[in-house]
Design a protein around this ligand. Structure first.
Ligand code: FAD
Length: 340
């Protein structure tokens, strides 16, 4: 059985100790209203939704940043699958919209120093295609699982990150890959930050900034994304697991999605199982290790209940125990598939 003990935390590696409540990707979003909301976009509770005052359709990233900087009340919109839900329900009344759909530089990807530089405007449908799946299989699998076809056709990678919903399917994959964001700012400025910083609220997007690209290492090894929805057909994740092998570093990286405000990295379980893999012999592993890994991941992400005041052991509620079993099964299967 795997050793027990608390999860180790690190700035770029998310773990249980990083539970910090709802994540906002903009500094202004913490004041009120939905995640990703910018200054001037009014959160409503009593008024009917109104049409936006103005829509701008820039064709370059810098142009979009310039409009957002000049119009602090404006809100960027990519596919609109998250944003327009908030508008239609009356939660958000943006004073102006900046459409990102015509910015061709963020709709594709390119290679750069052993990495893929993914445009924030890549749609789930595009990422689900075979050529992309050959590049980053886990992200392609997550994209194929993200909602019904009309959502996948419109919804984008950048929108998924900026919304930072716990059920965002791309997020555990990006966490496991230790991806970084290239943020476009005023006057052509670019800065880079780990995606985990944004999801954990350690750093925010500043006024006028946009997610331009996502830098993902190309590992050339099996990757798996698995999602449990509790229903047949497309649905939001109850739990998800992304697992990637990094043969060059003899590493296994795993992230669990949907069970916490941000993806969780069970770092000790990763290190434990990586030592059990015979990396020089077809990545062989004893079958018992797969189950033990599943249990280790699940227990790390959903710990036992604290003892009662009199010291007696407390049971987790049945629904939480079920979730824990689901995470264990997903992690076991993900590792088994990656190593098969
Ligand atoms: C019916 C339905 C089912 C869904 N199912 C799933 C699912 O199974 N899995 C899943 O992961 N998601 C699901 N979603 C959520 C949604 O489709 C995704 O999160 C999608 O990726 C959002 O992208 P978008 O381009 O539509 O974002 P938008 O709605 O355009 O924007 C969302 C937020 O991100 C901001 N934003 C967008 N682009 C940028 C950028 N480049 N830089 C900075 N900020 C930006 C916007 O201002 C806004 O605050 C579902 C949504 C619906 C309506």
């Amino acid at each position: 059985m795997p050793p027990s003990g608390p999860l180790r935390s690190g700035p770029a590696k998310m773990c249980q100790s990083c539970h910090v409540g709802p994540v906002s990707t903009y500094r202004t979003a913490t004041r009120a209203g939905p995640v990703g909301q910018r200054e001037g976009a009014v959160g409503l509770t009593t008024h009917a939704p109104q049409a936006a005052q103005a829509v701008t359709l820039p064709t370059t990233l810098d142009e979009a940043v310039a409009v957002l900087t000049a119009t602090p009340a404006a809100v960027p919109v990519a596919g609109g699958t998250d944003l327009m839900t908030s508008v239609n329900s009356g939660q958000l009344r943006p004073a102006a919209l900046v459409g990102l759909g015509r910015i061709s530089e963020i709709r594709g990807w390119q290679y750069q120093d052993g990495h893929a530089l993914l445009g924030a405007g890549l749609t789930h449908a595009r990422m689900g295609r075979p050529d992309f799946a050959a590049l980053i299989p886990a992200l392609a699998a997550a994209a194929r699982a993200a909602g019904p076809p009309q959502i996948r056709n419109a919804g984008t990678l950048g929108g998924n990150i900026a919304s930072a919903a716990p059920t965002g399917d791309a997020l555990p994959v990006l966490a496991a890959l230790e991806a970084t964001l290239i943020i476009a700012g005023p006057s052509g400025a670019r800065r880079e930050m780990p995606v985990s910083y944004l999801l954990a609220g350690m750093e925010m997007l500043r006024a006028g900034e946009l997610i331009g690209h996502v830098r993902v290492p190309l590992l050339h090894a099996p990757q798996v994304f698995l999602k449990a929805t509790g229903r047949t057909g497309p649905g939001r994740a109850l739990a998800s697991v992304a697992l990637v092998l990094d043969p060059a570093r003899r590493g296994v990286r795993c992230a669990v999605g949907a069970i916490a405000p941000m993806p969780l990295r069970p770092l000790e379980a990763e290190e434990w199982v990586a030592r059990l893999i015979d990396w020089d012999n077809g990545r062989a592993i004893v079958p018992e290790a797969l189950s033990a890994f599943g249990e280790y991941v699940a227990a790390a992400c959903i710990p036992d209940a604290a003892p009662a005041e009199d010291g007696s052991a407390q049971q987790l509620p049945p629904a939480v125990l079920h979730l824990r079993r689901t995470v264990a099964a997903l992690a076991r299967r993900a590792l088994g598939r990656a190593l098969s």
